[in-house]
Design a protein. Sequence first.
Length: 259
Amino acid sequence: MKSFTKKTVFALILAFLFVNLTSCQNQVSNNNTHNAQNSLDYDGIYRGTLPCASCEGIKTTIYLNRDSTYKVVTSYLGKEQNTQEETGKFTWDKTGTIIKLKSNNSSAVTQYFVGENMLTLLDKSGNKITGNLAPNYILTKENYALLNKKWRPIEILGKPVILNEKNTKEPTLTFDDNSNRYLAVTDCNNISGGFEILPFNKLKFSPGMSTMMACESMEIEQKLGEVLRQADGFIINGDELTLIKGRMAPLAKFKTPMH
């Protein structure tokens, strides 16, 4: 049997400890590597209006699926028959923070940086676009979540909305995706007008038109009309929508059925 000197045994022990220590460090490092690919609920529907050199903007909706397929629907605002649809697969870069959309119909590749509930369009070199228009290259989940739902007001200007026998219809607020118009059904008249979703959950209402009925109860109409004149942003948390002005207190809160 081969004998080992004390120096040889000591060297073997040190080598064993070094290998195990390195292995543990690598395991901890791998476990602590969080990125968009393995840490975020990146699948879902994102919406925004991208800059356009020859039109009013490109309304863009991206559907990301967990099976690495996607769909992009674009509409060139201000032009007729302008809606286009593209499908394909996406892959992640080695950092797990950027997705590359490869169309089924062309060799073009579009890159987006993936953040919490948002996608940021990158330039052809894979870098973020800088300058004054940089915020306009962001698509968010909240933008799409605002649309095509009947939001029921539960609080307006700090007071709960309480319906009584004088209210003949349920007040709601709806944002129509196709027409870019909102409709507010109140306790008396209906208020309608245009809206525009801006980057960072900013919201712009155009002056609304109202039906001209006289009702016994018009409190909700008056208060909701005031909210629509002031609101310039929104927050969505699950099934709750809050209209806000700047960083001030919420102007109104709404609920919608969860699907």
